[in-house]
Write a protein that binds this ligand. Structure first.
Ligand SMILES: NC(=O)c1ccc[n+]([C@@H]2O[C@H](COP(=O)([O-])OP(=O)(O)OC[C@H]3O[C@@H](n4cnc5c(N)ncnc54)[C@H](O)[C@@H]3O)[C@@H](O)[C@H]2O)c1
Length: 360
């Protein structure tokens, strides 16, 4: 990506392909915040803060809030510590929180900022590919409750999102592959041609994916602009997530946790199976999706003894409405339908499909 691009949502702008420090300073010149805070995890403190602060004069005065990396820190305990730190450091409603990190930082930081003193401004500077194409956008903020994902949170939008792809230089490859799953999802639910372009990539490295960031953002933005509170259309973004979140939750406290996108990739495969079973999605499309997912996520799998436990977690998923489970499934690649009822048995079959493929 060579040139800077501005994507305007209904409430804020997303600046893509820019120098984050310079753009942050430009933003801050138009405001008069009482105090600046930067929320980071240990890795973004090490790899991203030096890059950002070397180009931003304003950050010299900022207070730094640093947490440990990892999903387990998207918790009420860490949120409480952050509210306490903000209080001790004299934050008020006219202060700004700058979220410098991946989806954990933007989810947690957005939640902490939006609830502190009934709401202070925040800006997202995503540093993972997943947060650039997905997590930092759309106004969902929140924390996990025990091992249930995103159980407590609120819709609250940042004042600006600043995307500087140089942060990807230090991001481990497994994080890039994880984000690729959410990009594939954007194609699967909304744009067949985009999915084909992505699925033709043999290697998913930043140099191949950076030019696709804008498309993913546009797809997410268009959906969220039309349905910010997830009353209808936005549910299409949940494709792969009903089962994917359950798989992610199941492995969260194990010795081999899955990255968010890795779990979603498995969830998408299981839910594509359901799409064939329930919506008569063409089976050749399932095969193409399966080939792509198994190519990039071959080492990620579940085994028979885990099926019932994962299925139980699907039923506890927050999308459960009354006695029935509603999923977002594919009519075909590029076309997603919402509020599709799925039975317990069908979910179990889709998990079995993940293990065995079509032969069993
Ligand atoms: N709010 C939403 O709409 C939404 C959407 C999708 C996902 N999410 C959430 O996002 C979270 C996952 O986000 P993520 O995948 O970005 O994970 P993450 O925030 O945990 O970041 C992944 C890892 O990369 C490290 N890191 C971040 N940037 C780096 C860089 N530039 N160089 C080196 N290391 C770096 C982090 O320290 C962490 O260890 C999950 O909690 C998920 O639920 C939210």
């Amino acid at each position: 990506m060579n040139k800077a691009i501005t994507i305007q949502t209904k409430e804020y702008s997303i600046l893509l392909g820019v120098n984050a420090g310079q753009v942050l300073d430009t933003y801050l010149e138009t405001k008069s915040y009482s105090k600046l805070f930067v929320l980071m995890d240990e890795n973004t403190m090490e790899y991203c803060y030096p890059v950002l602060s070397s180009d931003s004069e304003n950050l010299l005065e900022a207070e730094l809030l640093v947490i440990n990396a990892g999903e387990e820190n998207k918790s009420i305990e860490i949120a409480t510590q952050l509210w306490e730190s903000l209080t001790e450091e004299g934050a008020d409603r006219h202060s700004l929180l700058i979220n410098l990190g991946g989806g954990i930082i933007s989810d947690l930081g957005g939640f902490v900022a939006s609830t502190f003193k009934r709401g202070m401004d925040f800006v997202n500077i995503p540093t993972t590919l997943l947060s650039m194409v997905d997590a930092s956008i759309g106004g969902k903020t929140g924390i996990n409750l025990s091992h249930f994902k995103n159980q407590v949170g609120l819709f609250s939008t940042p004042k600006q999102i600043i995307i500087d792809t140089q942060f990807l230089d230090t991001l481990p490859q497994e994080q890039i592959t994880s984000a690729y799953a959410e990009m594939l999802k954007h194609g699967l639910i909304a744009d067949k041609k985009y999915w084909e372009e992505l699925s033709e990539l043999k290697q998913v490295e930043p140099k191949h994916l950076i030019r696709h960031i804008e498309k993913s953002i546009q797809i997410k933005k268009q959906i969220v602009d039309q349905d910010p509170r997830e009353k209808g259309l936005r549910k299409t973004l949940n494709f792969g997530h009903s089962i994917g979140h359950a798989i992610e939750s199941f492995f969260m406290e194990s010795e081999t946790p899955l990255l968010h996108g890795e779990a979603i990739a498995l969830g998408m495969l299981a839910e594509t199976y359901l799409s064939v079973e329930i919506l008569n999605m063409p089976i050749d499309q399932l095969k193409k999706i399966e080939q792509n997912i198994r190519l990039h996520y071959s080492s990620k799998c579940i085994v028979k003894s885990q099926l019932n436990e994962i299925a139980k977690l699907v039923f506890h998923d927050k999308k459960k409405e009354g006695a029935q489970l509603n999923f977002s499934l594919l009519k075909q690649i590029g076309q997603c339908e919402i509020n599709i009822q799925v039975t317990k048995n069908q979910i179990l079959n889709s998990l079995k499909y993940l293990i065995h493929g079509f032969s069993n």
